[in-house]
Design a binder for this molecule. Structure first.
Ligand code: UGA
Ligand code: MN
Length: 245
């Protein structure tokens, strides 16, 4: 059964390097569909070209963040939510079995992760490294059974986990037609997992050797100076002005 990898992405100087790195990981994974959804009003030709080059089976979609959130002047925004919901909708319309995994464009994924999640029956979970001050977010397993969560920001969440820390079976999702991700900064994962009801934490399938191994890291790319976007434009004008490439 296929893996449906749902990747939200948005335009910035680091977008192409992030997607290149992720693409090169996914190119090593058999039987996979990559759903790349841009937070944009039109598809980026550069992203389109990158996807074409991979030889992967993919869908290139767009799903801009609704204006009411995008225009917010202060506080956190629901990043990647419109994109992920678009990907989930696509899976609902096109898939019959397999597993979905929400893979942000900037994380780092061990190939073993894809072996682990492929046989998810309902909802599986596993540790995510390099996240919050604690350095890891994971279900806690004692004597082989689930016994709670370890996370640096529990904040009343029923499922205090990161987006990269779980996978969901397509059949399980299809049986829950109302499941969706809320536009609620900080509570996107919890809201989505709660919407998969009925489902309780004790039912989680514990992967990565009873959650003792880290197979995905919440890496964050250092922001380049925003003015480098302008420098790049000046460079392109200087060096490639005649052939338009
Ligand atoms: C953390 C979590 O790991 C994310 O899963 C969660 O969505 C995010 O916080 C959040 O709640 O805001 P973090 O590294 O802080 O992740 O966020 P980003 O990596 O900047 O963004 C998450 C995803 O959304 C990325 O794939 C990014 O490309 C995409 N994104 C970000 C957009 O599509 N639009 C944006 O305006 C910003
Ligand atoms: Mn990130």
């Amino acid at each position: 059964p296929p893996l449906y990898i749902i990747t939200p992405t948005y335009r910035r100087a680091e977008q192409l390097p992030e997607l290149t790195r992720l693409a090169h990981t996914l190119m090593l994974v058999p039987n996979l569909y990559w759903l790349v959804i841009e937070d944009a009003v039109e598809k980026s030709p550069l992203v389109a070209k990158l996807l074409e080059k991979t030889g992967l089976r993919y869908q290139h979609l767009i799903a801009p963040m609704p204006d009411e959130y995008k225009s917010k002047k202060s506080g956190p925004k629901p990043r990647g939510v419109s994109n992920r919901n678009k990907g989930i909708e696509w899976v609902r319309a096109n898939a019959v079995d397999g597993v979905i995994y929400l893979a942000d464009d900037d994380n780092t994924y061990d190939l073993e992760l894809f072996h682990e999640i492929r046989f998810t029956k309902r909802v599986s979970m596993f540790p995510v490294g390099l996240i919050t001050k604690l350095g890891v977010s994971s279900p806690v397993v004692k004597n082989g059974v689930f016994s709670g969560f370890y996370d640096g920001w529990v904040a009343g969440r029923k499922f205090p986990v990161d987006m990269a820390g779980f996978a969901v079976s397509v059949k399980f999702l299809l049986e829950r037609p109302n499941a969706t991700m809320p536009y609620k900064p900080g509570y996107e994962e919890d809201g989505f997992l709660r919407s998969l009801k009925p489902f309780e934490p004790k039912e989680i399938e514990l992967l990565a050797s009873n959650c003792s191994r880290i197979l995905v890291w919440h890496t964050q790319t250092k922001r380049n100076d925003p003015s480098s976007m302008l420098d790049l434009k000046a460079y392109v004008e200087k060096s490639h002005s005649s052939d338009g490439s």
